[in-house]
Design a protein. Structure first.
Ligand code: DLL
Length: 445
């Protein structure tokens, strides 16, 4: 393996303060550090991953051609398909015996994506998660209730090691068994809760079911991510629980949670921990867009040993803007993925756009699903949303009508709306499944 120039326990590592403290770097120092690390990563990938050697050779580039950060644009991208084609160990830059852990992301096509970590990768991951939690407001000595799933999914274990490193007392609840989770929160009184936003909603409903006001539970901060969520959802969660809800972003392929973090004092975008992950935003052809423009986020790892990834196309839509008082740039909150896009009769639609409108409709709870069907060769969308409890059933059609008017007015789409009884839709215990695609079963293609 090519020796890493600056790794987590090297004295030359910048910003070695207390765990989770942000490195104090000027913009120039950050850029210089990124360039050293980027050049190391390109060389490491080229020397140790046959896939990258082939790709670089085909593109006619060599690691040493990268003399400035902008030279990265001349290097090839990596896609999820590349990872699948090299399943399970083909993307590794270290011998499999150097791995200390493997995670996998489920993958809808059958072939899971396997991600390997060396000891140093795991240390770096814990450090960036500790940073995220500290930036979110967590402090050593506080209790952190982790309701992300534990297992091959990176949410639970990733959050776990970061919270421990920061000095929190970790409650590894994992996802599911909501009644017991709420009992634990009431008894143990954690200040911090980590969950997907949709699962936190499930927990808040469970508080209601137990007849307990979640605002009395003492929760201060929610570190929520792993799925897109909206400002409407933030207002709903904060209003019901009294906590401050901030967004955490990450993906297994790059490391897991802890790639970028929303600070409570600068909401709306997330600071990317750019000393470890170099972000770009690309147009559909794969060329970087101008700062501030929207496009697909691509990330290059700068310090990963086991599985360096060059210009990995995340499929997530975002935009990069300058940081708020720190040299790290910010990425706009992810509103959707390229593959979440629904195109209905020529109109583009992301599930988060519907979430905003459901949350604006009085009388509806935040629980909803989108069902796609096909009638007379035309795609139809039905929004199925739950009424709030206590709303008389004879009011439901009117409330549904309000939502369909809103969707027509704001998104230019005629959709069906079905208001259903409270508690009837399946609850999330992790990432919410928003779209039921029944087009195959309801009509000819
Ligand atoms: O979801 C890692 C994670 C765990 C992030 C816990 C945050 C908290 P994957 O299962 O590989 O990893 O899924 C990654 O989830 O490409 C996005 O599409 C989506 N995603 C993750 N965080 C956010 C977020 C984890 N904050 C995929 N907002 C990513 C919107 C998110 N989408």
């Amino acid at each position: 393996m090519t020796d890493q120039p600056i790794h987590s326990d090297s004295p030359s590592r910048t910003g070695r303060g207390a765990p989770g403290e942000r490195p104090r770097l000027s913009a120039d120092e950050l850029a210089a550090l990124q360039l050293v690390r980027l050049r190391w990563t390109l060389r490491h990938a080229y020397d140790n991953v046959p896939f990258y050697r082939r790709r670089f050779d085909e593109a006619g580039v060599r690691p040493e051609d990268c003399r400035s950060l902008s030279d990265l644009a001349g290097f090839p991208h990596t896609t999820k398909d590349d990872l699948r084609r090299n399943h399970p160990y083909g993307m590794l830059a270290v011998p499999p015996t150097d791995l200390r852990r493997i995670h996998a992301s489920s993958g809808t096509t059958g072939v899971p994506t396997v991600i390997g970590y060396t000891r140093r990768d795991l240390d770096m991951w814990a450090e960036v998660v500790a940073r995220s939690l500290r930036a979110a407001g967590a402090r050593p000595g506080q209790r952190a209730h982790i309701a992300y799933g534990y297992g091959l999914f990176t949410g639970g274990l990733g959050a776990h090691h970061g919270a421990e490193l920061l000095g929190c007392t970790v409650i590894p609840a994992s996802g599911g068994m909501s009644a017991r989770q709420v009992r634990l929160i009431r008894d143990l009184r954690p200040e911090i809760v980590l969950a997907t936003p949709s699962y936190l909603l499930t927990l808040l409903d469970e508080f209601d079911r137990q007849g307990v006001d979640p605002r009395d539970a003492g929760l201060l901060t929610g570190v929520l991510g792993a799925e897109p969520w909206t400002e409407g959802m933030r207002a709903e969660i904060e209003g019901r629980s009294g906590l401050t809800a901030v967004d955490i972003y990450g993906l297994s392929e790059i490391i897991g949670p802890g790639v970028a973090q929303e600070f409570p004092e600068a909401v709306g975008a997330l600071h990317v921990w750019e000393d470890h992950f170099y972000p770009e935003v690309l147009d559909p052809g794969g060329t970087p867009v101008a700062p501030g423009e929207r496009g697909e986020l691509a990330i290059t790892t700068l310090t990963r040993e086991a599985m360096p990834l060059i210009r990995y196309r995340t499929g997530d839509l975002s935009a990069l803007t300058p940081g708020a008082g720190v040299p790290f740039r910010r990425m706009a909150r992810i509103t959707g993925r390229t593959d979440d896009l629904l195109i209905l009769r020529g109109v583009n639609l992301y599930p988060t756009q519907v979430e905003e409108l459901v949350l604006r409709t009085r009388g509806l709870s935040p629980h909803f699903v989108l069902e796609l069907t096909r009638e007379a060769r035309l795609d139809q969308l039905t929004i199925r949303a739950e009424a709030v409890s206590g709303l008389a059933a004879d009011r439901w059609p009117a409330v549904g009508g309000e939502l369909s008017d809103l969707v027509r007015g704001e998104l230019g789409l005629r959709v069906g709306v079905e208001v259903v009884a409270p508690g009837t839709l399946e609850r999330s215990s992790g990432k919410a499944r928003r779209v039921l695609d029944n087009r195959e079963t309801t009509g000819p293609a």
